[in-house]
Ligand binder design. Structure first.
Ligand SMILES: Nc1ncnc2c1ncn2[C@@H]1O[C@H](COP(=O)(O)OP(=O)(O)OP(=O)(O)O)[C@@H](O)[C@H]1O
Length: 773
């Protein structure tokens, strides 16, 4: 490779990376080297066993094998998406990490494309993640459109044919002209003419020093490659130039060669199984069997690399690799050495910045472009919180009205010096007048023909025809006058002056409203009996509000917290389900392979969601403050900050859930549980002060509790950042954000890590594939 071509291909690389590229292109004959590699999705049961391979620079290397043979798994190790359990692996002269991005192009087996983006938007997005300039991206789009016969760049991926989608996916992998191109079944669903063109194109690429690793089901197309590698059940059967292998095993096709190798391997395994009992004592039969199977059958094409004992030579000394060079027979599976201590100098160049603004912008732009594909959904998404709050403001906080209540008034009245008084009737009148914002609370039904006895009334309440009734006895007025004007303490008099109220108490809010209305009606009527005593003075207490109004409104209590609940829940659900969808599509993996960090993705998601949130709040706040007269006594900016920070908490929790689970259904269930747990103890609808001590302690740690408290404190109390409760609330919310984001970054450090999958067995996603070709 010439220096000029190196500089051409290294566009967008850091100085370290460029230096390394120059060194590596001169130093290394191989772009991929693997020795004694064990790895897979289960630490205790590695799928890849003793894999050894050599991929020469500028060669086309085909991985051939049946479905579920482990071809994709090998590619994932090379891409740094899967950490090996033991053994050596070196890609472009380094231990692979997902940060090697720009030097590798990857076309996954699944399309891994956003169906809602156009071809141009997709290529622009990945180009930006690769650090390419706009003009370079446009040039490459033009080249690739010609070479791969792509449809015009304005076409949406979702509307393309299977073959066109596959070619677009291939174009993404080739866009930045990588040194190593990894293609997982690029020719599936592509017509024979185009398949030939793709092979011609990749052959052409190899002339420029590009290495191609390709998996294919069309086994015979690999005949034109430089090397093939037969894989079965996670083992390499043999590798080498295709025609050499055919000659070696005396077969006329590659397919027959593969069948021959499989047969040979099965015979060996059977033979070993039969002899198992004869094996020497004290030798672990499994190890012995493994050694014979994996050790002796590694008849690779590069025989110069194999020592006299037919064991592959270690290409690297222990000092220049992160993994111990060891064969399975020498020692049990060893875990990778702790990284960092013995990090190669080369590896340091792969440590990219924690986040890159241009990548964040690219992620955010791509999300906005997808959102704009669904204008109706976007519109609903923006106005729906406003509608929810409007409906909630209309429904919450008012006293119930038109409650079916019966007054069973047997009171016959009594004579006083001022005339005859009918207290029962007066109470009935007072109850009738007791109205809420809309209507009288009570829908008094007192046609005596309807209910003639207390028994009938009780039955009506039991049947749900009435919510309750009040019974005033014949002597009710007489006894009330005796009790309140003459201060009689006679027990019979006191008993007769009591009206009995029977209520369906199953609904606490209705009970409280009825109780309040009854008490007020009684206070009004009975206070009149005490001459010269006004209604106010009947209760020797005057309530003066410090915060809020003399008659507290439930709306002022619930709406500020509801804004925060909405700000938290929408991003939580949308993000968790969105991330899982991207994971299933394979785009997350593809994005990570470009060297994009978790933080870039997270910040991209956050910035898009904050944009949506701003629009939501622009509708929501005016509805609450102007439409429903819930005053904001404090700093409006702080209230806004509260909503944004709890929304980011929702997003980061959603990201964490999304990265942890493997299916949309799981994401939905986990998000629901998480949301309702938060909601039920956050004091949103019932004061935290009512919770038992242990629950209160938990709720005091939750961001949602503090967000609700903050919104009420800012709106009703007018508190600012000088108040301990306010800044403590912000600190706790921000701390949770940092925690969720760091945990997500940690879990996605290696996109597929065996460890979390092992620990969280329920998240394990097993691809069940039959072993048939
Ligand atoms: N994420 C995963 N978690 C657990 N097991 C997995 C996962 N992905 C693949 N496997 C399993 O690993 C084995 C090898 O799968 P791999 O995808 O490497 O096969 P393949 O040779 O690429 O097959 P195909 O040609 O059908 O794509 C299979 O048994 C598969 O079920």
């Amino acid at each position: 490779m010439s220096l000029s071509s190196v500089s051409n291909e290294s566009e967008g690389l850091s100085v370290d990376e460029k230096t390394h590229l120059l060194n590596s292109t001169h130093d290394s004959e191989y772009h991929v080297k693997m020795d004694n590699l064990y790895g897979g999705y289960d630490v205790l049961d590695p799928f890849l066993k003793n894999v050894r391979m050599r991929v020469k620079r500028g060669h086309i290397y085909s991985l051939l094998g049946p479905s579920a043979a482990g071809k994709t798994t090998i590619l994932k190790v090379i891409l740094g998406l899967l950490t090996p359990i033991s053994g050596n692996v070196e890609v472009l002269g380094r231990t692979p990490t997902i940060k090697q991005g720009k030097r590798i192009g990857y076309m996954p087996q699944d399309l891994a494309l956003y169906q809602e983006l156009t071809i141009g938007q997709t290529l622009y997005f990945y180009g930006k993640l690769m650090g390419m300039s706009n003009s370079r991206i446009n040039e490459r789009i033009k080249d690739l459109t010609e070479t791969l016969e792509l449809p015009e760049k304005g076409r949406m991926i979702g509307n393309l044919s299977g073959g066109q989608k596959r070619r677009t996916s291939l174009a993404v992998a080739m866009l930045h002209e990588p040194e190593l191109l990894i293609l997982d079944e690029p020719t599936v669903g592509v017509d024979p003419v185009l398949r030939e063109k793709i092979w011609e194109y990749i052959r052409d690429l190899t002339k420029r020093g590009v290495t191609i690793m390709i998996t294919t089901h069309y086994i015979e197309e690999a005949i034109d490659g430089d090397s093939v590698c037969f894989v079965r059940n996670g083992e390499i059967l043999d590798e080498g130039p295709p025609r050499d292998l055919m000659e070696k095993y005396n077969c006329d096709t590659l397919e027959n060669t593969f069948c021959f190798l499989c047969q040979q391997r099965d015979n060996l395994v059977n033979e070993l199984d039969n002899n198992k009992n004869d094996l020497v004592e004290n030798v672990d039969p499994k190890l012995e069997t493994d050694e014979k199977i994996y050790g002796n059958n590694n008849n690779h094409g590069n025989e110069d690399e194999i020592d006299n004992n037919n064991k592959p030579k270690s290409i690297h000394s222990d000092s220049d690799t992160n993994y111990e060079s060891t064969s399975r027979s020498e020692t049990e599976i060893k875990h990778p050495k702790k990284k960092g201590k013995k990090k190669k100098k080369n590896d340091e160049s792969t440590v990219s910045r924690v986040f890159t603004p241009i990548k964040i912008f690219a992620c955010s732009k791509m999300k906005v472009e997808i959102l704009l594909r669904f204008p109706m959904v976007l519109f609903i998404l923006i106005i729906i919180p406003g509608i929810i709050v409007w409906i909630a403001s209309t429904a919450f906080g008012h006293d119930p009205y038109h409650i079916s209540f019966y007054v069973f008034n047997e009171d016959e009245g009594t004579k006083t010096p001022n005339g005859t008084v009918h207290i029962g009737e007066e109470i009935e009148e007072a109850l009738k007048k007791f109205t809420t914002g809309y209507s009288p609370i009570f829908d008094l039904r007192n046609g005596k023909e309807q209910y003639n006895s207390l028994k009938e009334l009780r039955h009506a309440v039991q049947n749900g025809d009435l919510i309750g009734y009040i019974h005033m006895k014949k002597e009710f007025s007489y006894a009330s006058v005796e009790r309140f004007t003459k201060c009689s303490t006679n027990q019979t008099v006191v008993g007769l002056s009591v009206a009995n109220v029977y209520l369906d108490m199953s609904n606490v809010e209705i009970f409280v409203s009825i109780q309040k209305a009854l008490e007020n009606s009684f206070v009004k009527v009975c206070a009149k009996l005490e001459q010269g005593v006004s209604t106010n003075e009947f209760l020797p207490m005057d309530l003066k509000p410090v915060y809020g109004t003399a008659i507290p409104s439930f709306k002022s209590f619930i709406l500020p917290a509801l804004i925060m609940v909405i700000s938290f829940s929408f991003p939580l659900f949308l993000t968790s389900i969105g991330v899982v969808r991207e994971k299933i599509l394979g785009v997350i993996e593809r994005i990570f392979v470009t060297g994009t960090s978790t933080l870039d993705v997270v910040l991209g998601v956050i910035s898009t969601n904050v944009l949506t949130l701003l629009l939501q709040l622009a509708i929501l706040f005016p509805i609450v403050i102007y439409g429903f007269d819930v005053k904001c006594e404090g700093n409006f900016f702080l209230l806004f900050l509260d909503a944004v920070s709890i929304a980011i908490t929702g997003m980061s929790a959603g990201l964490l859930i999304g990265f942890l689970v493997g299916h949309e259904f799981e994401a939905m269930v986990f998000s629901f549980c998480f949301f309702f747990l938060n909601l039920s103890i956050s004091g949103f609808s019932w004061p935290n002060q009512a919770q038992p001590g242990w629950l209160r302690a938990i709720s005091q740690c939750l961001p949602t509790t503090h967000s609700s408290l903050l919104s009420r404190s800012i709106m009703a109390r007018g508190w600012g950042l000088d108040n301990f409760i306010v800044w403590r609330g912000f600190v706790i919310i921000i701390a949770w954000n940092v925690f969720y984001i760091l945990l997500t970054a940690l879990l996605t450090k290696n996109v597929i890590t065996p460890k979390p999958e092992k620990i969280l067995g329920i998240f394990k996603r097993k691809k069940k594939k039959d072993q048939e070709w």
